[in-house]
Ligand binder design. Structure first.
Ligand code: SAM
Length: 311
């Protein structure tokens, strides 16, 4: 009987994976020996085995109820000779004899995935492909990958049921250094600038701007660095979206609550939306100060000097 995944509202099972798990599955090479850590219902390894993609699998689960659910899925598909279900914490589900070539860790926060990899390092041979699907927290996860000699081979963003999901595929390689922005946005995604990537960061920017507005209105003292962190991220996103590498899927309504420029001297007055956008970015990079950026984003009123500054 198909289980209904409440999050998706769709009957998903070992035959009909979510789009998110389908995209993860697409990165599993034919003939792989898979360890699916945090397997829950076990849909991913069972689907891949049913399709003849993988040679063997371990489904690891730390919690009893999903562990039993994975056991049931394997049993109902008569795959217990090919898929071993183990109740274990993280990579402890993997035994040396398993000969694992691919590890998937999906549907958890990026920090949780990082911690699973970090605490389970002894179970890694270093030759496995990692296919990771963090729900947020991508930056610390990429940081761990870089610090531990992994190169990101492929990245993808997809939107499903109003959530943005990232998929990161990495393998051990010669040392690679990513910049802070590459760790934040994803080095390959920054280059590819897919419509899904740009849409995600447009949404994120609006969210950060709202946060800055709320912080500006907050009466209580804020923890040291909070505003600076949000403002720096907003500035990075703004710079990312205004760089000219590829067209945006739709106009960039940055700081759209602000009025269009009314200066008669403005040479780009006819292109108001574009101009407002450029002006905001120029302002941010020129002044650099988080406080001014903060006031600007928060629309706290002192925009006259901002407009003069940027002309
Ligand atoms: N991987 C599946 C997917 O992407 O649809 C299930 C995701 S579910 C939201 C996360 C699962 O990871 C839960 O079943 C949870 O019990 C399991 N989990 C969390 N931490 C874990 C750990 N340290 N070791 C093994 N499983 C873990």
């Amino acid at each position: 009987m198909p289980q209904v995944c409440v999050e998706q509202g769709l009957p998903l099972n070992e035959q009909t994976l979510s789009m998110r798990l389908e995209r993860v599955a697409a990165h599993v090479p034919a003939g792989a020996r898979l360890a699916d850590i945090g397997s829950d219902h076990g849909y991913l390894p069972v689907a891949l085995m049913r399709r003849g993609v993988i040679a063997a699998a371990v489904a690891g689960e730390v919690a009893l109820t999903p562990f039993r659910s994975a056991e049931r899925t394997v049993r109902e598909n008569d795959l217990h000779d090919h898929i071993t279900v183990r109740q274990a914490n993280g990579l402890a589900a993997i035994k040396p004899d398993d000969g694992i070539t691919v590890i998937t860790v999906c549907g958890m926060g990026g920090e949780t995935i990082r911690d699973i990899l970090a605490s389970g390092k002894a179970h890694l041979s270093g030759t496995e492909r990692l296919i990771l699907q963090p729900n947020g927290g991508e930056q610390p996860l990429r940081q761990w990958l870089m610090d531990n000699g992994y190169r990101i081979l492929f990245e993808e963003i997809l939107r499903e049921n109003r959530f943005d999901y990232e998929i990161i595929v990495a393998e051990r390689a010669t040392a690679v250094t990513y910049t802070d922005q590459e760790l934040y946005f994803g080095p390959l995604q920054m280059q590819a600038r897919s419509p899904a990537f740009l849409s995600k960061w447009q949404r994120k920017l609006r969210h950060k701007q709202n946060t800055l507005s709320q912080l500006a209105r907050a009466q209580k003292a804020l923890p040291e660095g909070t505003v600076q962190d949000v403002a720096r991220q907003a500035q990075w996103i703004s710079e990312l979206l205004t760089s000219t590498a590829a067209p945006s899927p739709r106009p960039l309504p940055l700081l759209s609550s602000r009025q269009p420029c009314r200066s008669k001297a403005c040479p780009r007055r006819r292109q108001q939306a574009q101009h407002r956008h450029v002006r905001d970015t120029a302002f941010a990079s020129k002044l650099g100060s988080y406080r001014v950026w903060f006031e600007h984003c928060a629309g706290s009123g002192d925009t006259g000097s901002i407009e003069r500054d940027s002309h």
